[in-house]
Design a binder for this molecule. Structure first.
Ligand SMILES: [Zn+2]
Length: 432
């Protein structure tokens, strides 16, 4: 049945920061059919009508996440990275079961939906269980089959073959797409990265890996090969497909030129980069070079919120601080980085904007809150979203036209049950 939404305003999610006041969004069969001012709307006599007091914006696209790590949120707080990994993370992950991952992902997916994040790129163990979790909450995900040499994991060749099998098993409704997620160039051998790249190019899959997150991670590779990680990836034929690189904090001009040449997209994770003291990525330089960039939260053990809307404030703040320039990132661009630009970064033109033909992933932000006033110009809503907005202002969410959050509550899963289950599992994993 066709569905008409009316709202105080529609935030389109495009680069120009278009805001349509007193707007209508028509949805049918999971897709957006029409968007524009109410005064110009076509007749819709047979449509169900939902009148919303706030603004409608596209479902946010989180370009980098390890969401099942809600099991480890806040653990090892304040430790340096090496001790945090050796003493806190790895012992817990060694005890992790597939059920733990599915329960944690279900809880985290519900949390993301509650924050207006309708799609996330997930890189973690047990990708099939991550997909099952997302289908239970009604969200979308691009689930990477993680490629990492680790005790307890099959040989890398087998991991690659399994990834292709998974890719072919994906449902055709746009809810889950599988890709390949080699952890990084310093953990996965270059020939395997190259094989993964060849496979993803051949099948149009997303290849997602960490690049230049810390200042020192590429030091051994530089000493061995005399090349930066981006140059090494280019030299080993890893670039050129649908490649999404997370973090990209320590990039020189030559590295950025390679990203531009090979159209590598960047998952920008300012909250994680700050918490782990990794550095400030060259966001303005990337955008000026035409590099595709989307916002990411990173995992909840290194963010810790899964609140992409709140992270926009960090993205804008850091870009301005780094450039000592209050115009270095506008509010309109910041919103675009979590919507249209993020969908573009992950190679999904069916998501990320409220325009006719795209999937009806809609977020209703309740603007009956003092932080959303005053609005002299409709574009003021973008400033309020970035500088004062957060997931707590999200009231309702639809994915493919189906309501998955109503009045701030999940319509699909029991979040109180899930929270208790996550707490029990986290306690068991911490015991050892
Ligand atoms: Zn990560």
């Amino acid at each position: 049945m066709p569905h008409r939404f009316t709202a105080r305003a529609v935030v389109v999610g495009d680069r120009a920061g278009t805001v349509v006041p007193d707007a209508v969004v028509d949805v049918d069969d999971g897709l957006i059919r029409w968007v524009g001012p109410a005064a110009d709307a076509p007749p819709a006599d047979d449509a169900e009508v939902t009148a919303l007091p706030g603004l409608l914006m596209p479902g946010l696209v989180n370009t980098h996440s390890h969401a099942p790590m809600v099991l480890f949120r806040g653990q090892g707080e304040g430790l340096p990275l090496d001790r945090w990994l050796r003493e806190v993370m790895w012992p817990r992950e060694a005890r992790l079961t597939a059920d733990d991952v599915e329960v944690a992902m279900t809880a985290a997916s519900a949390e993301m939906l509650r924050n207006g994040v309708t799609t996330s790129v997930e890189m973690y163990f047990h990708p099939d269980r991550i997909a099952a979790a997302v289908r239970a909450t009604g969200a979308r995900a691009l689930v990477m089959a993680t490629l990492i040499p680790m005790p307890g994991m099959p040989p890398l060749e087998q991991q690659l073959a399994d990834a292709l099998t998974l890719f072919r098993s994906a449902p055709d409704d746009g809810s889950v797409e599988y890709g390949i997620g080699p952890h990084a160039a310093y953990t996965v051998p270059l020939p395997v990265l190259r094989e993964a790249a060849v496979l993803t190019r051949e099948h149009g899959m997303l290849l997602h890996l960490h690049v230049a997150e810390t200042a020192t991670e590429g030091a051994d590779l530089l000493a061995t090969h005399g090349l930066s990680v981006p140059a090494l990836l280019a030299a080993h034929d890893v670039l050129g497909g649908r490649v999404l690189a997370a973090h990209c904090v320590h990039m020189d001009d030559g590295d950025l030129a390679l990203w531009q040449e090979y159209d590598v997209a960047v998952a920008h994770c300012p909250a994680s980069n700050a918490k782990l003291a990794s550095g400030i990525a060259r966001l303005r330089d990337m955008l000026d070079r035409g590099i595709r960039v989307g916002m990411g939260t990173d995992g909840p053990a290194s963010n810790d919120g899964l609140d992409l809307l709140a992270d926009l404030r960090l993205a804008a703040s850091f870009a301005r601080l780094a450039g000592r320039d209050a115009t270095a990132l506008t509010a309109a661009e910041a919103v675009w980085l979590a919507t249209g630009a993020a969908a573009d970064a992950v190679g999904r033109p069916d998501l990320g904007q409220l325009t006719a033909g795209r999937r009806a992933d809609l977020v209703h932000v309740d603007t009956r809150d003092l932080v959303f006033e005053p609005v002299g110009d409709p574009a003021d809503l973008l400033a309020h979203l970035v500088w004062s907005g957060a997931g707590r202002h999200v009231r309702d969410v639809w994915v493919g036209g189906r309501q998955v959050v109503r009045d701030g509550r999940s319509t699909t899963v029991d979040v109180d049950d899930l929270r208790q289950d996550v707490a029990r599992r986290a306690a068991r994993l911490a015991e050892g």
